[in-house]
Design a protein around this ligand. Structure first.
Ligand SMILES: Cc1cc2nc3c(=O)[nH]c(=O)nc-3n(C[C@H](O)[C@H](O)[C@H](O)COP(=O)(O)OP(=O)(O)OC[C@H]3O[C@@H](n4cnc5c(N)ncnc54)[C@H](O)[C@@H]3O)c2cc1C
Length: 414
């Protein structure tokens, strides 16, 4: 039911979601399913190709060696992705399998940990690994754990499906090209660039790498923005058969952290490494010295010996933040459980998004969420009104800060 201004009718719980990436959109889906009215405010189009979530693919791996909590959380998230495919009536999880290379002596216990968490795992000894995946090279003495049930998420399809589903729900309102410039946690309200104020019963900030602009300074100061370059390749037709059946390799064992996502369902082969990550002042910060794509790709011949420069079809920079305290994501409670800010980090935040969404929607519904195994999600940083961390920024407005950090203020800015 709608009120006269096109917003939710009086009396219905209403959640404002700022940010239309994976976390914002999937939380909006969960809130609608829980009976709430939801308004999604996104500075760009919906979905937004400039968001960190909008890529051809993301890896859905379950095994996190030495982190039983994250492994458990990923197994739960894997089940939630299957449910989402059915709810959103779209296919986006491709079961390519995921290979985690480890020193041979560590593979058995890692595989046992994954099996305990609920997914089957196969151990590959070094020789078996080399024989099975002859087009890849792993360090001497490394075996691997193969997860057969997980694989690759077609990320842009996920966002498109969520937007379509929300667009068909009477309880959901999508506001693309709407930049939020200020948040008043005490009033559970946000101000948008044309000066309008929208109030809700709950507010979620899910603004990814752009989060610092909307957070109180004490929280914003905990966040570091990272930029990482990904290289996309199109193997020639004679190589394609080899790549069919190649699992995602989020951990190759190569000391500089090379990883790859195989070409699946028409997507390119993607290569990257933590070595291509650098700290930037904000996502829009210019960089004078960009390394040519061919030079970046040439490093990966250590993992893919047959890789040729002519395979390279493009590169893309993507951003995420890390919380200086947890080293990973940040969930902050800005106002008595009714105003939350989730700042996703790199690596696995996409795959955890359905679990994050369910947890946030539970919190908004006043239901204590089940522990996920992800510490930042299970232990939000409490910062209520009056806490220095949430003192409203009076002298420097959020709009000022957005401008100083060069966040596009115009419609459709990316
Ligand atoms: C190189 C790289 C590889 C990765 N690989 C993987 C992987 O394989 N598997 C995995 O699980 N995760 C991976 N991740 C992490 C994951 O993709 C991201 O952390 C996750 O998608 C972030 O989702 P989000 O919804 O929090 O943020 P985003 O997707 O960035 O969404 C935030 C949205 O908020 C909007 N916004 C910002 N400010 C405002 C404002 N003021 N008003 C209105 N809207 C605003 C933005 O336009 C954007 O659309 C990777 C990350 C990087 C950088």
């Amino acid at each position: 039911m709608r009120g006269t201004n096109g917003g939710p009718a009086r009396g219905d719980p209403h959640t404002l979601v700022v940010g239309g990436g994976s976390v914002g959109l999937l939380t909006a889906v969960e809130c609608v399913r829980a009976g709430q009215h939801v308004t999604v405010l996104e500075r760009g189009p919906l979905p937004h190709p400039g968001s960190s979530s909008h890529d051809r693919h993301r890896v859905m791996r379950a095994l996190h060696p030495h982190d039983a909590g994250a492994t458990r959380a990923a197994v739960t998230a894997h089940g939630l992705w299957r449910e989402l495919e059915s709810l959103l009536d779209a296919r986006f999880l491709y079961r390519t399998g995921v290979l985690t290379a480890l020193p041979a002596g560590e593979t058995a216990s890692a595989a046992a940990g994954l099996t305990r968490a609920g997914l089957p795992a196969q151990v590959l000894a070094p020789r078996q690994l080399a024989e099975t995946y002859g087009h890849l090279a792993f360090p001497a003495g490394f075996g691997a754990v193969l997860e057969e049930d997980t694989g690759v998420l077609l990320a842009d399809r996920v966002l498109g499906a969520a937007v379509r589903w929300l667009g068909a729900q009477p309880r959901a309102r999508l506001l693309p090209h709407t930049t939020v410039t200020a948040v008043d946690a005490a009033a559970r309200a946000v101000t948008v660039e044309d000066g309008r104020t929208l109030r809700g019963d709950r507010v979620l900030l899910a603004t990814g790498a752009w989060s610092r602009a909307l957070l109180p300074p004490a929280l914003a100061g905990r966040l570091t923005v990272h930029r990482q370059t990904m290289v996309y390749c199109d193997p020639p037709p004679r190589e394609r058969e080899r790549w069919r059946g190649t699992p995602a390799v989020p951990a190759s064992g190569i000391p500089w952290g090379a990883w790859l996502v195989p070409p699946v369902a028409g997507t390119p082969l993607k290569l990257s490494t933590d070595a291509f990550r650098r700290v930037v002042a904000e996502p829009g910060a210019p960089e004078p010295d960009q390394t040519p794509a061919g030079d970046l790709a040439s490093r990966f011949t250590e993992l893919v010996p047959g890789l040729r420069p002519e395979w390279v079809v493009g590169t893309r920079d993507c951003h995420y933040v890390t919380d200086g305290t947890s080293g990973g994501a940040l969930l902050a409670d800005l106002g008595g459980g009714a105003v939350l800010a989730h700042c996703a980090c790199g690596g696995g935040a996409f795959k955890f998004a359905p679990l994050t969404a369910r947890t946030l929607a539970s919190r908004f519904g006043g239901v204590p969420p089940a522990p996920t195994g992800l510490r930042p999600l299970d232990h939000p940083v409490a910062a209520g009104p009056g806490d220095p961390a949430t003192t409203p920024t009076t002298q420097e407005t959020t709009r000022d800060r957005l401008q100083r950090q060069n966040v596009p203020q115009h419609r459709g800015g990316a």
